[in-house]
Design a protein around this ligand. Structure first.
Ligand SMILES: O=C(O)CCC(=O)C(=O)O
Length: 382
């Protein structure tokens, strides 16, 4: 097996924090396997059926915004939860308690974003496995979908953005099927630091940084340059901006209302700017997913070069690879037999196999006819 020198989310977050780019808290996730938990019944959601147009938009542009995908009541619950988190009304395993005597302003600036809370809080697991989000992912990267990573952005007024980057650089999967789902909790616009995508750049390979040259897709390209200061907000020093310059006037702000979800592939160049508003948070819940048949070494905390699929939740469909159970019992393919290998509405999601020869559309070949004189285009075998 190829050993890849890979850092996990914790190391990536620490790297960003050390460079002053983000105030990021990462809970110390217990590694022990969870006790078996009862499956929590799903709330009824109308299945989201993506249109052909949406599918094509995602393929053409590298991202797709699905408007109003998550119901308002769910977004309100997440918003309330964000306030409980910000003002220290709940305790979160792995996160320090709010300092006694801190002012509301100090509390509001404590977290720019928090990673991987789905491993310690039920509500984050539920949003990572939100059926309407999975409906879209099933169509884009499925039918087999694994849920790998979650981030909760609080992005207070004045909060820093994140410069150009490609998500598959951070979360490699082989084959590369990574897809992010960015759920707006507040309205996100140019003032409070919305996401920006560069359509077309999803066709680019993943650009490595020094020391990670063989860690991702595109390794075999002869002229693949090493980039520096990826995710840095300074355009001069983040050399992915040179790649972005190949797409003049393409970059698009993702202006979104609460409940809208942006889906974006792992190669697309994207970034966000500082929250320039005086008093508007820009909260969002972001999940990262891959096809559950993709192999990955990425996990929260390093697994010493070993596959980490067993740490990621089988959300939809099925897989021949190991997978994790959701710790809080959110219903999904991993813990619900009727959902395994099936779509959310119970129909089989696996590819139906074709009888041998169907691809050719011919009757069995008559070898006696395999000579030059018979190389015509007659239909059928005689
Ligand atoms: O929300 C942001 O500001 C950045 C998010 C991002 O780049 C990502 O989820 O990959």
């Amino acid at each position: 097996m190829t050993r890849i020198n890979m850092t996990g989310a914790a190391a990536d977050a620490a790297e960003l924090t050390a460079r002053g780019l983000a105030i990021t808290a990462v809970p110390d996730i217990p590694d022990a396997a969870p006790e078996a938990v009862a499956v929590q019944p799903l709330r009824p959601y109308e299945r989201y059926r993506m249109s052909v147009r949406e599918y094509v938009t995602f393929q053409q542009h590298g991202f797709l915004i699905v408007r109003g995908l998550v119901p308002a009541a769910d977004v309100a619950e997440l918003k309330q939860h964000s306030e409980d988190l910000i003002y220290g009304r709940i305790s979160v395993p792995g996160l320090a308690a709010a300092p006694a005597g801190a002012t509301p302003e100090e509390l509001e600036r404590r977290y720019l974003r928090v990673h991987m809370l789905h491993r310690v809080l039920e509500i984050h697991e539920r949003f990572l496995l939100h059926p309407r989000v999975l409906d879209v992912l099933e169509a884009l990267i499925g039918p087999d979908v694994m849920a790998m990573q979650s981030m909760f952005f609080l992005k207070f007024p004045g909060g820093e953005g994140q410069g150009y980057h490609q998500d598959s650089y951070y979360i490699p999967t082989m084959p590369d099927t990574l897809c992010g789902a960015w759920l707006a909790v507040d309205r996100a616009d140019e003032e409070n630091g919305c996401m920006w995508f560069t359509p077309g750049s999803h066709h680019e390979p993943i650009y490595p940084t020094a020391g990670r040259e063989r860690a991702n897709h595109g390794d075999t390209l002869g002229d693949l340059p090493v980039v520096v200061n990826v995710s840095g907000t300074d355009e001069q020093s983040n050399t992915l901006s040179r790649v972005a310059a190949n797409y003049p006037n393409a970059e698009t702000p993702a202006v979104m209302e609460p409940g809208d979800v942006a889906f974006f592939g792992g190669h697309i160049l994207h970034r966000s700017h500082r929250n320039h508003s005086l008093n508007r948070f820009r909260r969002s819940f972001v999940g990262h997913y891959a096809n559950a048949r993709s192999f990955t070494l990425w996990g929260h905390g390093d697994a010493d070069g070993q596959p980490t699929n067993y740490r990621h939740i089988l959300a939809r469909g099925d897989t021949h690879l190991p997978f994790a159970q959701p710790r809080f019992g959110t219903a999904c393919a991993a813990n619900t037999p009727v959902l395994r290998g099936a779509s959310a509405d119970g129909t089989p999601s696996m590819m139906a196999s074709m009888p041998d020869g169907d691809l050719m559309g011919t009757a069995p070949m008559n070898m006696a006819r395999n000579d030059a004189a018979h190389h015509d285009h007659e239909d059928g075998a005689k």
